[in-house]
Write a protein that binds this ligand. Structure first.
Ligand SMILES: [Zn+2]
Length: 432
């Protein structure tokens, strides 16, 4: 048989026999690397993990010694109903409000086939780069109706053998869209969804709006994932009111705040008090460096801020903070490769993290978002989890994040779904 990739390709495609990935180097909890075998069952799940697993006569043995094995990447904040509309949605102001208006206009004509095609392309792109779980917010409002929700719910089912897709009912308040419509439609939307979301800062009545969201989530027993305070004006703060509702509706440990850019614009002491309350209530955070860097601070004539939340402080205070893509090639963010390692690098740079925090950034695209999404035992390098793996030629998690691989293979549910390699000319490869 040819290369390791050929073997993986052949055997990962058929589920008749288990696969023993022998001698890979897996990333442990503290960042150290251990040589370990992984047995993958015919159901696409990891059957056993350990050094020198006993011979498995029925299993196909594939030698992956030298490869670094990471669990699949988790991109816990995307907008698959919006992805790929860049060319059709000019946003001359380059601002968040400009992007909202541009997409609202487009959404009125976006049918299910269009949404399915664009979302599938982005999901394929992400999967090929190692992302095996995505949480997507999906607009539900008077412009989009339920088109996005219905289309993506079908994709969630169609892709279940390759990827975990979670949907957030993103109850979007555009100007003039009264809250009564959202209140009347939230229960059917939540019926499609894995979580309930919204964006209080642009609502005409943020308090009532948040009550509608938290109440629907609590009644349905589903978590909350808010776009919260995606701006830099401390006079326009909604974090305290949102935390009050976490307590009131008993949503501790089941709530995530995305963006919370405003924390960076607050006095350190006031920001710390809010961060400590978030941590005490087990409220997770998601930073979205691409959108924040692109959309924020266009009105500043000098020294524009980065627009991200207090990433380093949240992380170092023990907060659960993940990082994610947000928008991919739409009026909110015109770029986006679907590569979580790119997002990880921007998080480290724009979040002012330190070189010895490269491993923490790896956790921000793996274990932390997996926990915040509630993936539980389905995720990770452990028996029982899906065999969603990224095998690379990197030394460790630090170098994986810092520079990325020259060679990578992605397994989803135990099957090879992508293989990429940079091939150097002989003369270069051999040059010392
Ligand atoms: Zn978003």
């Amino acid at each position: 048989m040819g290369t390791v990739g050929d073997q993986l390709s052949f055997f990962a495609a058929n589920r008749e026999r288990p696969i023993l990935l022998a001698g890979g180097r897996i990333i442990e909890a503290e960042g150290q690397v251990e040589q370990t075998d992984i047995l993958i069952g015919t159901d696409g799940r990891i059957a056993a993990v350990g050094p020198d697993l006993p011979p498995q006569p029925e299993a196909v043995r594939i030698d992956v010694s030298g490869s670094l094995v990471s669990p699949g990447f988790v991109d816990m904040h995307q907008h698959l109903d919006k992805t790929g509309v860049l060319r059709f949605t000019p946003n001359p102001s380059g601002t968040l409000q400009g992007a909202r208006e541009a997409f609202a206009k487009y959404a009125r004509t976006a049918g299910p086939e269009d949404i399915t095609r664009r979302a599938s392309q982005t999901m394929s792109r992400c999967l090929s780069r190692g992302t095996t779980a995505i949480r997507s917010h999906v607009n539900v409002d008077k412009d989009a109706g339920f088109n996005g929700m219905e289309a993506l719910a079908r994709l969630r089912q169609a892709w279940a053998e390759r990827m975990t897709l979670q949907l957030v009912a993103f109850m979007t308040p555009h100007p003039g869209q009264d809250l009564d419509w959202l209140r009347e439609n939230i229960d059917p939307a939540v019926g499609f969804a894995d979580a309930v979301g919204g964006t209080p800062a642009v609502s005409e009545d943020p308090g009532r709006y948040m009550d509608i969201i938290f109440d629907a989530a609590a009644r349905a027993g589903k978590p909350v994932d808010l776009h919260l305070d995606e701006h830099l004006d401390p006079g326009h703060l909604h974090m305290e009111a949102a935390l009050d509702r976490v307590e009131h509706y008993g949503m501790q440990g089941r709530t995530v705040f995305s963006h919370i850019s405003v924390l960076s614009a607050m006095e350190p002491e006031a920001a710390r008090a809010i961060m400590d309350r978030m941590i005490a209530l087990e409220v997770g955070a998601v930073t979205l460096p691409a959108a924040n860097l692109y959309l924020q601070a266009r009105d500043r004539a000098m020294l524009p801020p980065r627009g991200l939340t207090r990433v380093a402080e949240l992380l170092r205070r023990g907060g659960q903070i993940a990082t994610a893509s947000d928008n991919i090639q739409d009026p909110f963010v015109p770029t986006g490769s679907g590569d979580m390692l790119e997002i990880a690098r921007w998080t480290l740079l724009a979040g002012n993290l330190m070189a010895d925090e490269l491993f923490d950034v790896h956790r921000m695209i793996t274990d932390i978002p997996a926990a915040l999404m509630g993936l539980g035992g389905d995720y990770g390098l452990r028996a029982g989890a899906w065999a969603d793996l990224v095998l690379t030629d990197c030394e460790d998690a630090d170098t994986l994040v810092a520079g990325g691989p020259m060679q990578s293979r992605v397994l989803a549910r135990g099957r090879l779904v992508s293989e990429t390699a940079t091939v150097l000319p002989q003369a270069l490869a051999g040059a010392g």
